[in-house]
Structure formats: C-alpha cells, structure tokens
Write a protein that binds this ligand. Structure first.
Ligand code: 3BY
Ligand code: FES
Ligand code: FE
Length: 418
C-alpha cells in the first residue's frame, strides 16, 4: 500500500511558483506530511543530540523522529552508536524518550538483553534453532560532527556529510563541544508545520518587529536588507554592521577562529551554512544584556567578544556558538500541524550553576525568542489553512535564505519521488 499519493505531491511541486511561499496543501495535507517524512526525514542527516549527552559507557539517549525512535548509546569501547529503538522480539520500545543509564539494553517486555554494541546477548526460552546473531539491534547511521550528533535513517545515507564535517569542524573546534554539558534543555511544541518553523528560522525579516530582545538591530543586518530602502539612520547602521563584520572576521580569523561565510544550502543533500556574526552592544554573547552568561570559557577561547557562530543544516537544525555557551536547536515534526522544537544550552563541563552562571540569564533570551517564534508559526499555520490563502512572494533581500530552504526541500522531494 503506498504511504501517500506520489503523483499528487509531484503535481503540487510542479505548480510551485518560484520565489513564493508554498500552497496550503504543503502545510496542511497529511499526504504531504507523509511524503516529507519519507523523502526528507527518513533520508537525510538529522541533528539529534550532542556527544556530551552520552559522556560515559552506558549513557544512552532515545530520540523520536516521526514514527521512528533511535537509541544513541556509548559502548564500553567508548564508541557512540545508534540503533533503532525497536526490540527484535516483538517490537517493544527498549528505552523511553530521553536519557537513560544502562549496563545492557534490556527490553522491558520479555527481557531480551542486548549489549551496548547492539548484539543480542540473552533471550530465554527461544529453543535450539534460534540464532541470537541474527537478532541484534538494527543499526542506524550516526555521525559526530565536532560533537554534534547526526543520525540518518536511510540504508545509504548521503555521503556529503564527510565534506560537511571537514568544512565545519574547524569552525566548531574552538568551542570544544566535547567538553561541554547540557545546562538546560527545553521542548516547545509549535503549532505549525515543520516547514513553517524552518522558513521562520531562515530569515530575520520578522526580527525587528518581533524580537526586541534579540540584540537587534545589528544582528538583523546579517540576514539581508534592501539597500535602497534604508533611511539615513538605517544606512548608517547597515554600514556600521558591514564594517564591524569585516573587521571582526579579519580579527577572529587571525586569532584562529574561522568566521567567514560558507554556504551550501541548496546545492547538496546535506545542505548547510555557517558564519560567525558580531553581536550588538558589548557583543560578548547572546544574552539579554549581550554580556557572557558563563564565567568559564569554552575550549581555548579567551576573548569573550567572538560573536555568535551560526551553523545551520538542512532540513531542521540551527546552532549558535559563543565564547561562553552554545545553543543548539532541532525541529522535529510531530504531525502536519505540530513541530517539536528542542533547544539545548551547553556550558563548559566544569561550570557550576549558581557559581559560574545564572541559569535564568543563560536561557532567557532564547526562551523568550522561541516563544515569540512559536506564536508567529502558529498564526501562520492558521492563515495558510484558510481557504482565502494565496502564496505570497518572498523578499529578494530578506528572504533569500527561505527560498534556498524551499529549493533544497523541493529538489530533495522531487529526487526521492522520481
Ligand atoms: O540565526 C538564526 O538562527 C536565525 C536567523 C535570524 C533569526 N534566526 C534565529
Ligand atoms: Fe522485547 Fe519481547 S518485545 S523481549
Ligand atoms: Fe525569530
């Protein structure tokens, strides 16, 4: 039985007007949602966790991606591996979502017991002809990119992850993600299709009217504007931003912090983008007052004013790395109209809450901003579901990266549907 009507989805893709938002069905139709899960989330590298969440052998983490669930676990040999969270007996989930500490992976149902390498070690009462070696956990492709863990549910994952890792690891390395710890994690359900979450994330057109806290206005200039429409003050600010960006890139690169833009958003299966951007004000960190929130610096970084390193991946992740903390985001579709946005705040592994950082100060800005974005996504979901909705044009200045997200998405969907 086909999971969805591929012909209907192909027709929708063919009708799409370039440079425009998608028609309603892309955000509201359960068939398109199933096509998205099949063609996008089951085929591509999905950012799910940070390596520091499984620091010791036996540390495990279960993450749901649509109908699938993946167990990430560090083995006795220190290797981090991923398996389908599905028992090879009668299919029970082995671990609940979230972190666990395990000696073996023991199914709660009939106690089939798997080693941390996935091999089935014990299964009682299965008789003579039963071969445990044919009943190990099914592996899932896993890749750590500088400490960020990506999984791919496909049998043959896109191999451009190697090139991505090679390009991005020098950018991530100074922040030493492997020696961090999750200070806080927040799950926010946004009442909108996952693509609305991503479209919203890929522009800062909405930042000035909606995110007063987000070290605006300078930050927003990093994501595009129409030069001819700027007021004299706007022009002055834009120039200030450009000067600051160029000077910062030069200084940071000289200090061993790769900073310049790399953009491969729509020309490969594992699309990504990175750039280190200066922050407004004193420019130390992404906090309400732009000052570092944590006293213990990350990695070898000693200059606090190293801006925010933005790292985005298609289809669903974005990350901000500062001198004192890191914020990682992943958007995981729940159904056609709901998306889980999971945010994690990382600090140096030795930083002590209440001594080296104040948790509120650390998480405030992105908690507030996420809430604002969730409201924007929800109001858009309602609007695109209205029979009166007609897809409107993207701004060529401020929404160029939204269009790149769409071009990537449509090309991947087309490639999968054939
Ligand atoms: O950098 C980001 O993650 C994007 C771009 C601007 C707003 N947004 C949060
Ligand atoms: Fe796991 Fe039976 S379903 S042991
Ligand atoms: Fe936003």
């Amino acid at each position: 039985m086909p999971k969805y009507d591929a012909e209907a989805v192909r027709a929708l893709i063919a009708r799409r007007r370039p440079g425009h938002a998608l028609e309603s069905a892309f955000y509201t139709d359960p068939e398109v949602f199933r096509a998205d899960m099949d063609a996008i989330f089951d085929q591509h590298w999905i950012y799910v966790a940070v390596e520091c969440e499984v620091p010791e052998p036996g540390d495990a983490l279960a993450v749901d991606i649509g109908a699938s669930s993946v167990v990430i676990v560090r083995g006795d040999d220190e290797q981090v591996r991923a398996f389908h969270n599905v028992c090879r007996h009668r299919g029970a989930r082995l671990l609940p979502p979230g972190p666990s500490i395990v000696g073996n992976l023991v199914c709660p149902y009939h106690a089939w017991t798997y080693g941390l390498d996935g091999a089935l070690k014990f299964a009682e009462h299965m008789g003579e002809g039963f071969d445990p070696s044919c009943h190990g956990l099914r592996p899932v492709a896993l890749r750590s990119v500088g400490g960020l863990l990506f999984v791919c549910l496909a049998d043959t994952p896109p191999d451009d992850i190697d090139d991505l890792a090679q390009q991005i690891e020098p950018y991530l390395a100074p922040h030493d993600l492997r020696n961090t710890r999750v200070a806080h994690s927040a799950d926010l359900i946004e009442y909108g299709n996952w693509k609305l979450v991503m479209e919203n994330n890929r522009e800062c057109y909405h930042c000035t009217p909606n995110h007063p806290e987000l070290t605006i206005p300078l930050f927003a200039y990093g994501f595009g504007f129409a030069p001819e429409e700027l007021t004299p003050e706007g022009q002055e600010q834009a120039e200030r931003y450009e000067t600051l960006r160029n000077a910062s890139h030069a200084a940071w690169e000289a200090a061993g912090l790769p900073s310049r833009l790399i953009e491969h958003l729509d020309d490969r299966p594992t699309g990504f983008r990175t750039e280190r951007l200066p922050l407004d004000g004193a420019g130390e960190s992404q906090t309400m007052d732009t000052m570092a929130a944590c006293r213990v610096p990350l990695g070898a970084i000693r200059d606090k004013a190293v801006g925010g390193l933005h790292f985005w991946t298609q289809p669903n992740s974005w990350h901000h790395l500062m001198s004192d903390h890191v914020v990682t985001f992943t958007a995981l579709p729940l159904d056609k109209g709901r998306t889980l946005v999971r945010t994690k705040w990382l600090v140096h592994k030795d930083a002590v809450e209440g001594v080296d950082y104040d948790l509120e100060k650390l998480i405030d800005i992105w908690n507030v901003t996420n809430r604002q974005d969730a409201d924007l996504v929800e109001m858009t979901q309602r609007g695109v579901a209205d029979p009166a909705y007609v897809p409107g044009p993207y701004s060529p200045y401020t929404e160029g990266l939204v269009e790149k997200f769409m071009l990537w998405y449509l090309a991947r969907l087309r490639a999968h549907l054939g």
